[in-house]
Design a protein around this ligand. Structure first.
Ligand code: GDP
Ligand code: MG
Length: 441
């Protein structure tokens, strides 16, 4: 992807802000990359639309290319989408014995993952864990779990031939309570595909155990099928999280994005091999990097941005002290405000501005206003930006029209510029570190 984007952007002239066309061109490639990484079409489409909106108009940091900049924006949005709420690895296993129900299709990795999670709970959290196999379908399934249990030193419920899954679940529950286990894990049977018999069985088990966690285990290599499976299980059984297995393979992790976007369920763990410690807490940054395959570009852009921001702040401060504050400065301020969570919060942080911050809040000056102001500044000429004093009626009309806004709205902006300019002068004269402090937040 990085090469492709690089190519696209070589043809673009370097300019201050990402235009809608720049972004659109780049995102066409991003969309292809997402589809190649196994992200489903509607999810990819929706995702690209969101990035398009976020990226357009963002300024390009010096020392990185627009292509790299877009990659960074894509990466941030990917990470945000992949991240669920809370700590993915923290299972709800208070009030012992806490039941964990493991569900999924046959061959997805349920039994292996049951043992992996049990091992983790036993080793890292010092929990006493009991595992029980409810798989009465496959001949050797129960023995498989018993053998894994021996390998990791975790108890398994003794096998009683002829019991139904519901009977085994009851026995596991009773045994866990009786023997003082912290957690008991129920490893259910799977099928090759979803069918009524399987669902009814899992449902009955669920009703017996009232699990604290119901984890769906799916093969991450199966892409869209994994997402459909998750939707089905969630609808019928209700799941609290997803484990994606076989993430050690050459799959590109796209299933994770679709999974999050479609089901909204948190991905808790990823399986990264057959060994019993090959289980990792889900890390959105890592999977995002894998989908895009370009973690280092992201770090580069972040670094460049930090440096530039510090340099800008220093330069601006010197100018303010000399009483210079033009539309370019105002634009930077507005962009900073957007980044820092809007005008109200920024003004609230600046000394002596608490009152103004309240007025801002009361006047309903929100992000839309900031966007309008940026549009107005964009439609000024370079000269006008450097010296807003030259703005008479005809220029004003042109600027307002260019931004699709009213002259009165431009006048508001100019008034705000004058007020801020005055204030900057005063603060500059104070010479103290106040402005510096305020600007650095
Ligand atoms: P179940 O039918 O859902 O219980 O699936 P199993 O736990 O029996 O796993 C089926 C196969 O997948 C076994 O050979 C496992 O070793 C393998 N497996 C499970 N998880 C992973 C994983 O994360 N990576 C790899 N490479 N193999 C896995
Ligand atoms: Mg199994």
């Amino acid at each position: 992807l990085s090469e492709r984007l690089g190519g696209v952007f070589e043809r673009l002239t370097k300019q201050g802000a990402l235009s809608e066309d720049d972004v659109r061109t780049a995102l066409r490639e991003v969309r292809v990359a997402l589809l190649e990484a196994d992200v489903s079409l509607p999810v990819a489409r929706d995702f690209v639309a969101r990035v398009q909106e976020k990226a357009t108009g963002q300024s390009v940091t010096r020392s990185v290319t627009p292509g790299q900049q877009v990659v960074k924006i894509v990466n941030d949005e990917l990470t945000a989408t992949l991240r669920g709420e809370g700590d993915p690895g923290a299972l709800k296993i208070d009030s012992p014995p806490a039941p964990i129900l493991m569900v999924g299709l046959q061959g997805g990795g349920k039994t292996t993952t049951t043992a992996k999670i049990a091992k983790r709970l036993a080793e890292r959290e010092r929990k006493r864990v009991l595992m029980a196999s409810l798989d009465t379908n496959r001949p050797a399934a129960m023995e498989q779990l018993a053998i894994l249990g021996q390998q990791i030193g975790v108890d398994t419920l003794p096998i009683v031939p002829g019991e139904t899954p519901v009977q085994i679940a009851r026995r596991a529950k009773a045994q866990a309570a009786l023997a003082g286990y912290d957690v008991y894990m129920l490893d259910t049977a799977g099928r090759l595909s979803i069918d009524e018999e399987l669902m009814a069985q899992v449902e009955a088990v669920r009703d017996v155990a009232s699990p604290r966690e119901t984890l769906l285990v799916v093969d991450g290599l199966t892409g869209q099928d994994a997402v459909t499976t998750a939707e089905n299980f969630d609808e019928r059984i209700g799941i609290t999280g997803v484990v994606l297995t076989r993430m050690d393979g050459d799959g590109r992790g796209g299933a994770a994005l679709s999974m999050r976007a479609v089901t909204g369920k948190p991905i808790r763990f990823v399986g990264t091999g057959e060994k019993l410690d090959a289980l990792e807490t889900f890390e959105p940054e890592r999977i995002a990097g894998r989908i895009l395959g370009m973690g280092d570009i992201v770090a580069l852009v972040e670094k460049a941005q930090e440096t530039i921001e510090a340099e800008q702040a220093e330069r601006m401060m010197k100018r303010f002290q000399k009483g210079q504050f033009n539309m370019n400065d105002l634009r930077m301020q507005i962009e900073q405000m957007q980044k820092m969570g809007g005008m109200e919060s920024v003004m609230g942080m600046m000394p002596g501005m608490a009152k103004m911050s309240k007025q801002v809040a009361e006047a309903g000056l929100d992000d839309r206003l900031l966007k309008r102001q940026l549009a107005l500044i964009s439609s000024m000429t370079k000269q006008e930006r450097a010296n807003p004093g030259i703005l008479q009626a005809s220029r004003k009309k042109r600027i307002a029209r260019g931004a699709g806004l009213e002259v009165s709205q431009l006048n508001q902006l100019l008034k705000m510029h004058r007020q801020m300019s005055d204030m900057m002068k005063k603060m500059g004269r104070m010479k103290g570190g106040m402005l510096r402090q305020a600007m650095r937040g």
